[in-house]
Design a binder for this molecule. Sequence first.
Ligand code: PEP
Length: 241
Amino acid sequence: MLIAGNWKLNKTLKETKDFFKEFNKLVSKTQNMILVCPSFPCIPAAREYALKKIFIGAQNVFFEEKGEFTGEVSVSQLKSFCDFIVLGHSDRRNKFSESNELINKKVKAAMKSNFNVILCVGETLNERNSSKTNSVLEEQLTKSLSGVALKKLFIAYEPVWAIGTGKNASKEDIIQAHSFIKQTLTKLFGEKGKKIQILYGGSVKPENAKEILSLPNVDGVLVGGASLDPKKFAEIANHKK
Ligand code: PEP
């Protein structure tokens, strides 16, 4: 199980240190893989203060290595601190207009440097209401993973309408979407595609994590809001299947 936290644009350096002071004690015995993704300036401190067994990740990266790309961060700049990169989050797609084509370049750059990539996919409420969920997921997966030589890849199914809204998808929605994602990955990558782990994200909290993590084809969760609180995130991270 991978229990991943996306801190988005939250926490200062001091808050990052304070988080791990408390969180480390609470998760010292868990068997799950834990990942925390702070914003760029807090990544080195997270690496320094988190228990060694906690993975640290970035929330984004640029695909070029160096040059005139003001404000961007490259894969090799992250390499000393990070194990994972989250790409294609709906914040990036919807608030920063990232296309599947751009995400594809980022996935390729991150994989070339042997990062674990978490590729986020998910439909908006409008798309769900007009029965486009499967076609959106298929398009996001196919285009974002086009020409990718498969290495360490996770998919996070994050229905956009369930992110930060307190509304999580129903059991049936999650089962259906994860099964469709598995089928699509199998079409794209054959047997290897079947083994790609799929996380669910969207208003995961200690109260609903147990049920979500027990569903078929759910190999972990990507947690936003609840990952900011060491007690809540530890409760999720300590889940036993
Ligand atoms: C996220 O940030 O990817 C997320 C799922 O957020 P939340 O858990 O707050 O809905």
